[in-house]
Design a protein around this ligand. Structure first.
Ligand SMILES: [Zn+2]
Length: 322
């Protein structure tokens, strides 16, 4: 599905089957000499077909098109290597690009998951069915790396990169100052809450996220264009709701914890989740993965605020309020 947002700026809606996100917003800026596509969809034929259809309708020549990826998740990056031509620049966060370019220590992440209460068998299933691994780009294109403050110019659009760590460590929003447009990626969504997770003790992603919300809160904007679902206008209002949401979630973690000493996995099992399952045992294993990751992000944050304690265990780490 294709729609014009304002002159020369379009949205192509890319379906994401079986994902609670439903679909991805791919934004296209069509200019005289170069075009820019912001985010692409999974590396799956259903996404590729929707993208092709939209690009055909817009009469986009891919040999004159560059790409910008707001962050590393495969619903945003997956298709890029199938779309990019030899002459395409692919703009991408220097920090998030490390996931593709360096020998990431996956074992450390798995050990951390085990230490937070996952059983090995369940963990293997979670990794095998993780959409991030299944639908990521197979061939990695050469990136033009972005840092905070960099500018991408396309036609009469001047897009300023705003590093906004939280949803991922290297997430980047694009701000068009004169037109007052914020491409918010998955940093700020309107209809759903961006997923915040942590799979490393070093990473206090919720603290980073809250700081990144403040970083963009007071930008003058006429419209916010998020990575999923609907556009919106009240940036500060939505940010205040998101901050409130995480405060409520942090308090829920404290409630579940009560006077107990529990693993992150057991705390996640005791929290409420917006998912169509009777109980924790029925959760698909991928959803358990996301839930535990989110619980850890809140626990790590609460710990850094001195509100809970972490106890290092031989096999499993646990948390308590005192
Ligand atoms: Zn994402």
């Amino acid at each position: 599905m294709l729609e014009e947002i304002m002159p020369r700026l379009y949205r192509i809606i890319i379906p994401l089957p079986n994902s609670p996100l439903k679909d991805l917003n791919s934004y296209v800026i069509k200019a005289k000499d170069r075009n820019l596509i912001i985010d692409t969809g999974f590396n799956r034929s259903v996404c590729f077909d929707a993208m092709q259809e939209g690009l055909r309708a817009l009469d986009i020549d891919l040999s004159k098109t560059d790409f910008m990826l707001t962050h590393m998740h495969s619903d945003h990056t997956g298709l890029v290597s199938r779309l990019a031509s030899d002459t395409s620049a692919v703009y991408f966060s220097r920090i998030d690009s490390k996931v593709f370019n360096e020998n990431i220590d996956w074992q450390a992440m798995l050990d951390y998951a085990l230490h937070n209460g996952f059983e090995l068998e369940e963990l293997i299933k979670a990794v095998e069915s993780h959409p991030g691994l299944k639908y990521s780009p197979k061939k990695i294109p050469e990136f033009t790396l972005l840092d905070d403050g960099d500018i991408i110019k396309i036609g009469d659009y001047r897009l300023k990169c705003m590093l906004t760590p939280g949803h991922t460590e290297g997430h980047i929003c694009l701000y068009e100052e004169e037109k007052q447009i914020l491409f918010s990626g998955d940093h700020i969504l309107y209809d759903i809450t961006p997923h915040i997770e942590s799979w490393s003790y070093e990473l206090n992603s919720l603290k980073n996220y809250l700081e990144s919300l403040d970083k963009v809160r007071n930008l003058p904007v006429k419209i916010v264009l998020p990575g999923h679902r609907n556009f919106f206008t009240d940036l500060a209002g939505r940010i205040d709701e998101l901050k409130k949401h995480h405060e409520i979630r942090a308090n829920e973690v404290l409630d579940v914890l009560g006077r107990n000493t529990m693993s992150a996995y057991d705390i996640a099992a005791g929290m409420s989740w917006d998912i169509d399952c009777e109980n924790w045992e029925q959760f698909p294993v991928t959803q358990k993965w996301f839930a535990v990751g989110e619980a850890i992000a809140h626990l790590r944050y609460l710990e850094s605020e001195g509100r809970i304690k972490r106890h290092k265990g031989e096999k499993t780490d646990t948390f308590s309020a005192h």
